[in-house]
Every structure is written in structure tokens, then in C-alpha cells.
Design a protein around this ligand. Sequence first.
Ligand code: SF4
Length: 96
Amino acid sequence: MALALAMGQAAFRRQWVVNAGGSLRLVDGPDGACPMLGEDLRCRVYEARPAQCRRYPFWPELLADAATWEWEALRCPGIGKGPLISVEEIAVWGAA
Ligand code: SF4
């Protein structure tokens, strides 16, 4: 992410990272959104986004049952569109 923002690691950590009970995480953005979400609603670090973001919406908790998947589809207009994605492809995205 630091590279994607053309920042050094130390500067990135000072600006964007907090220690939450021993775990490092990004600071909260406006209204609790991800701080990497730009004003144009695009990810500012898209090519460097974490595995969790690469796998969305194929998270185990969202795939738990049809009702949960359909509920998430109300929030994400991309769900249900595009080609069918195999489990193997999703696993590769997470490893990138
Ligand atoms: S893809 Fe991930 S890192 Fe990028 S804005 Fe969304 S939640 Fe943040």
C-alpha cells in the first residue's frame, strides 16, 4: 500500500496505521469507511489491496447461505453480474 501511494513504509505507518491492542490495522476513514476509499469511491491502492479485499464478496460468512448472499447483493451492485468464478480462482486472488 505504501508503494501504491508513493510513500515510504515509515511515513505510511505514521499516517495510515494504528496499533489496536497489539494488532496493526488501518485508521478509520470518514464514517468508519476504509481510509483507502477515495472521494471518487474508488480504491486508492487497488493493485495493492489486501487479500480480504481481493476475495470480496466471496467471504465464507457471505457464502454461508443464499439469504446472506442476497442480503449482501443489496449492498453490492456487482454481485450476481459477470462470469462465474471458481473456488480455485478465488483462492489465487487471495494469494496474490
Ligand atoms: S478495496 Fe479494500 S483497501 Fe481498497 S478501499 Fe476497498 S476496503 Fe479499502
